[in-house]
Design a protein around this ligand. Structure first.
Ligand code: PAF
Length: 296
C-alpha cells in the first residue's frame, strides 16, 4: 500500500494504471473507519484491479466549526486497517492541497439538497458534491462506493453523476449495524456512556415503521407519529426530521408504499445521528419474521 498526500503524485499513479487497462475502485471516506467502510473496501477489492481509499475530513461540508474540529480522527488505526484490507493507495491530502488559496468553484445539486439533512445543514451537500467531484477528477475511478446509511448523500451523488455525465459507476452498499441495530457511523465514537444504548432507539423506530407498513398502515403521518413515540420513550426529543420519501426524488410521501424510504435524523446528547430503512413489499417471509419478533 502506498500512502500519498499529493494530488499530482496520485494523478500520475492513476494515469499509469489506466494506461495499463486497470480498473480502479474508489472508496471516499472521512476516516475513523469502521466495519461499514470495510465492507465498501471489500466490495471494491472484489470488483476492481486497484483500490484507492481517500481519508479527508472535508471542512467545506461542515456547517459548524465545532463539528468539524470534533469529528473523530485516527489515521494510524485507519492506515493499519487499509493495509490489512488490501487497499493499494491511501490518499490523505491536507486541506491546503485540496483547497488552494482562492478556491472558489463549487458543485451544487439543486432541489434534492434542500430537504432532509440539507434543510438543517445548509451548504453540507454542496461541500460533499464539490469534494467528491474533485476526488473523481483526481482518481478517475471506474467505480465509487458509498454506504446506504448516508442515503440522501447517495441520491445526490448519483444525480450529480447523471447530470454532469461523470464517467463513474456509483455503488451503494447496505448499512452495517451493531448487534442492537445502531447503524455504524464514525460519529458513534462521540456518544457518551449511556447515550450509546439510547441511540439504538433510532433503529427501533425504523423497525416500528416497517412493522406498521407490514400490517397494512399506509398513512405516513401515523407511521411518523409512532416513530416519534418510540424515540420519546427512549428519551430522544431533539428530532431533526422523520420522513417518508420517494427513493429517487426524495419527495415526501403521504402514503407509504413498498420501496419508499423512511429516513430520520435525531440528536442523542451532542451527537446528531442519521438512519434510514426501505419499506419492503410485505412477503409471507417478512410476516413470519414479524410474528416471531425477529429483527428485520
Ligand atoms: O460520507 C462521507 O464520509 C463523506 O461525506 C464523503 C463522501 C467522503 C465526502 O467527504
Amino acid at each position: 500500500m502506498e500512502t500519498i498526500d499529493s494530488i499530482k503524485r496520485l494523478e500520475e499513479r492513476m494515469a499509469r494504471l489506466k494506461g495499463q487497462g486497470k480498473e480502479i475502485g474508489l472508496v471516499p471516506t472521512m476516516g475513523a473507519l469502521h466495519e461499514g467502510h470495510l465492507s465498501l473496501i471489500r466490495r471494491a477489492r472484489d470488483e476492481n484491479d486497484v483500490v484507492v481509499l481517500s481519508i479527508f475530513v472535508n471542512p467545506i461540508q461542515f456547517n459548524r466549526k465545532d463539528d468539524y474540529l470534533s469529528y473523530p480522527r485516527n489515521q494510524d488505526r485507519d492506515k493499519a486497517l487499509c493495509f490489512r484490507e488490501g487497499v493499494d493507495f491511501l490518499f490523505v491530502p491536507k486541506v491546503e492541497e485540496m483547497y488552494q488559496e482562492g478556491f472558489s468553484t463549487y458543485v451544487e445539486v439543486e432541489g434534492l439538497t434542500d430537504r432532509l439533512c440539507g434543510a438543517s445543514r445548509p451548504g453540507h451537500f454542496r461541500g460533499v458534491t464539490t469534494v467528491v467531484t474533485k476526488l473523481f477528477n483526481i482518481v478517475r475511478p471506474d467505480r465509487a462506493y458509498f454506504g446506504q446509511k448516508d442515503f440522501q448523500q447517495t441520491v445526490v451523488i448519483k444525480r450529480m453523476v447523471r447530470d454532469l455525465n461523470l464517467n463513474v459507476e456509483v455503488l451503494t452498499l447496505p448499512t452495517i449495524r451493531e448487534a442492537d441495530g445502531l447503524a455504524l457511523s464514525s460519529r458513534n465514537q462521540l456518544l457518551r456512556q449511556g447515550e450509546r444504548q439510547v441511540a439504538s432507539a433510532l433503529y427501533r423506530s425504523l423497525l416500528e415503521a416497517r412493522e406498521l407498513f407490514a400490517f397494512g398502515i399506509r398513512d405516513s403521518r401515523r407511521i411518523i407519529q409512532q416513530m416519534h413515540d418510540v424515540l420519546h420513550k427512549a428519551g430522544i426529543f431533539r428530532i431533526d426530521y422523520i420522513t417518508l420519501v420517494d427513493l429517487e426524488s426524495l419527495e415526501e410521501l403521504e402514503g407509504a408504499r413498498a420501496g419508499a424510504v423512511v429516513a430520520l435524523a435525531a440528536w442523542v446528547g451532542n451527537v446528531r445521528l442519521i438512519d434510514n430503512m426501505t419499506l419492503e413489499e410485505v412477503t409471507s417471509q417478512l410476516k413470519a419474521r414479524h410474528k416471531l419478533g425477529v429483527n428485520v
